[in-house]
Design a protein. Structure first.
Length: 168
């Protein structure tokens, strides 16, 4: 997992989920699961829906770049890259990386939006037969600014606190 602090807000089945990661510790809240944390235990993971954007190096080597063009996204100059999965050589490869790590199934291709200045992955569209079936994207990005500490705090409903019991 990436070191440092990360906040991720996303939707699953039309339910909002908020997560804060600080090094190996995570806290999350959703209406159905309530407040949860791993209390720093490294053997309990949460998963990051935006993990493909936050730590793409695990799978990028399994993609073949097909085309690159300049564009703009979130007010930044970006490269729009079309990439296809490389054929597997018997070891863990594109099928397992693409499906298990960040995609529901193996795509025919992916459209990656990469920040031209910083190299960060800002958006990923997974496609089958030219149609996007999954999009993971940043909606806001901040570079070289102090981020207020409250951004990394999850406001809980009254009476709730973070449970470290993964089954709670």
């Amino acid at each position: 997992m990436q070191q440092g602090r990360v906040r991720v807000d996303y939707s699953v089945a039309q339910e909002s989920v908020s997560c804060v990661f600080e090094n190996e510790t995570w806290w999350s809240w959703s209406p159905s699961n309530g407040a949860r944390t791993n209390a720093g235990r490294e053997n309990e993971s949460h998963g990051k829906p935006a993990g493909a954007l936050l730590d793409p190096f695990e799978y990028l080597g399994f993609l073949r770049i097909e085309s690159i063009e300049r564009s703009a996204f979130l007010g930044r100059t970006v490269f729009q890259v079309r990439a296809t999965p490389r054929q597997s050589s018997g070891r863990e490869g594109p099928t397992s990386i693409c499906s298990r790590r960040f995609l529901a199934t193996r795509p025919d291709d992916c459209i990656l939006i990469i920040d031209a200045e910083r190299g960060g992955l800002l958006r990923l569209d997974a496609r089958i037969d030219g149609l996007t079936y999954q999009t993971t994207e940043l909606t806001k990005i901040i570079f070289d600014e102090r981020i207020p500490p409250h951004i990394f705090t999850i406001e809980l409903p009254p009476g709730e606190n973070f449970s470290s019991d993964p089954l709670a």
